[in-house]
Write a protein that binds this ligand. Structure first.
Ligand SMILES: Nc1ncnc2c1ncn2[C@@H]1O[C@H](COP(=O)(O)OP(=O)(O)O)[C@@H](O)[C@H]1O
Ligand SMILES: [Mg+2]
Length: 225
C-alpha cells in the first residue's frame, strides 16, 4: 500500500438547490520521496483536492489514508493534531503573519506545542539557511520580496517534518526567475526530507520538471494526453 492512498474521492458542493460535482471518483497513490504536479483549468477542482488532502475540508465520500490512517475518521482535536504533525501547506499568497519576523513565522507550526523548543529553533534556522534566508531572520514580510516570502512559506511548511507537503500554485505570483528558484527548492528540499510533494501549478515548466504530472479533468486525475 502506498504512503498516500486516495480512493474514490467525491466532492459535491450545493448552491441552494443545485449540486455541483467537483471531484468524482478520484483515485491517487503516491509514496514518500515522490512528487506530483497537478494541472487543470481554473475551476476544475485543484484547490478542492488539495484542501481535502490537507485535512482542511472533508470529502463527500471516498477515503484518504496517509500511512494507513484516515484523518477523516478522527475527532476534531485529533484531526487538528494530525494536520499539524503530518501536513505542510504552502499557499499561493503565503499567509505569513505581517507583524512577525521570518524566524517567528517559520516557527509558527511549533506553537501547537505551546512554545518552540530548542530543536524547533535549530530546525527553523537550518531550513531558512537551506532556502537562502539566513540573513533575513529578523525581517518582517513587508521587508521581503515576493520570492523571499514564498521561501519562508516553504520553510514553515517543512518545520514539523510533514509526511505530505501540499502547494497550491506556489509560483503563481512570482516573476520567472523567482518562480524558477521556488520550483528548484520544491524539487530538492521535500525529497531530502522524504516527504510526498503534490503541487498544483499553472507553470508547465514546473510541472514538467516533476516526477509525474496529472491533469484534473471531469473530477478525476488523468494522464496528460
Ligand atoms: N465552498 C464552496 N462552495 C461552493 N462551490 C465551491 C466552493 N469551493 C469551490 N467551489 C466550486 O468548485 C469548483 C472548483 O473550485 P476549485 O477547487 O477552487 O478549482 P481550481 O482550484 O481548480 O480553480 C468551482 O466551480 C468552484 O466555484
Ligand atoms: Mg485553485
Amino acid at each position: 500500500m502506498s504512503d498516500l492512498c486516495v480512493k474514490d474521492l467525491c466532492k459535491t458542493y450545493s448552491n441552494g438547490q443545485e449540486q455541483i460535482s467537483v471531484l468524482d471518483g478520484l483515485c491517487l497513490e503516491i509514496n514518500r520521496g515522490d512528487n506530483l504536479a497537478v494541472i487543470g483549468p481554473s475551476g476544475s477542482g485543484k484547490s478542492t483536492l488539495l484542501q481535502i488532502l490537507g485535512v482542511l475540508d472533508a470529502p463527500s465520500s471516498g477515503t484518504v489514508e496517509l500511512q494507513g490512517s484516515n484523518p477523516y475518521l478522527l475527532g476534531e482535536n485529533q484531526q487538528a493534531k494530525f494536520r499539524n504533525q503530518h501536513i505542510g501547506f504552502i499557499f499561493q499568497d503565503h499567509h505569513l503573519l505581517p507583524q512577525w519576523n521570518v524566524l517567528e513565522n517559520t516557527l509558527l507550526p511549533s506553537l501547537a506545542f505551546g512554545k518552540a523548543t530548542a530543536e524547533h529553533q535549530k530546525r527553523a534556522r537550518d531550513l531558512l539557511d537551506r532556502v537562502g534566508l539566513s540573513h533575513r531572520l529578523g525581517h518582517v514580510p513587508s521587508q521581503l520580496s515576493g520570492g523571499e516570502r514564498e521561501r519562508v512559506a516553504v520553510a514553515r511548511a517543512l518545520l514539523l517534518k510533514p509526511t505530505l507537503l501540499l502547494a497550491d500554485e506556489p509560483t503563481g505570483n512570482l516573476d520567472s526567475e523567482n518562480a524558477k528558484k521556488i520550483g528548484q527548492l520544491l524539487l530538492e528540499v521535500p525529497k531530502e526530507q522524504n516527504a510526498i510533494l503534490i503541487v498544483v501549478t499553472h507553470s508547465l515548466e514546473l510541472a514538467s520538471s516533476m516526477a509525474a504530472c496529472r491533469e484534473l479533468r471531469h473530477g478525476k486525475l488523468v494522464e496528460i494526453t
